[in-house]
Ligand binder design. Sequence first.
Ligand SMILES: C[S@@+](CC[C@H](N)C(=O)[O-])C[C@H]1O[C@@H](n2cnc3c(N)ncnc32)[C@H](O)[C@@H]1O
Length: 209
Amino acid sequence: MRALARYRAMVTTPLIDDDALDDLEREFVGRVRGRVLEIGAGDGANFGAFDPDVQWQGLEPDAKRRAELATRAREWKHEAVPLDAHAERIPLPDASVDAVVGTYVLCSVGDPAAALAEVLRVLVPGGRVVFVDHVLAPPRTLKRAVQRVATPISKRVCHGCHWDRDTERTLAEAGFIGRDIRRLRVRSMPFGPVPMLLFDGRAPGGVEA
Ligand SMILES: C[S@@+](CC[C@H](N)C(=O)[O-])C[C@H]1O[C@@H](n2cnc3c(N)ncnc32)[C@H](O)[C@@H]1O
């Protein structure tokens, strides 16, 4: 019975390619408005996706990436200088941003629960979050076994990247309320599709729109 449920989950989870994933990511990132904090912004891959009117503030702990991010932020006419910080300790006041974005970051942070607690603290009540990440594959699949084996290595060589995080659960445990949750699989070789999560949600509280 469980095997059947796993099979059903697999075949009903849409299978897409990288280009379709890029389009969806851009669409999700483009939804945020107002004062936006982007955690683990890397070298600024998301700049083209933001609404032109957002007041962007980046956060990036890696010095080399942060320098590149600062250059690109200026090119995109964002005034704020990227913060030299980890998401587990965000140097911003409580309730000071309207939205938080993180793409491929919750796989990388040392302590996702602590990072999300900080995200909640800096968000206004009811503030928006958009997260995109690769996530843990279903139990008893080859993909999950590969993720478990690969993670100790990827943690060391890929900016702390964990392949085996159940990010949807961590977001729920942190108190975020999903509004548009997409669970997808992206074509990949040789170990089969990568499970992905796109999460557009809200912090608790605030006024319902
Ligand atoms: C895979 S990259 C993604 C970069 C960018 N968001 C993107 O989509 O291209 C992960 C980023 O998270 C950053 N990072 C790692 N640990 C972090 C932490 N604790 N808090 C915030 N960012 C972190 C890394 O330096 C890196 O730039």
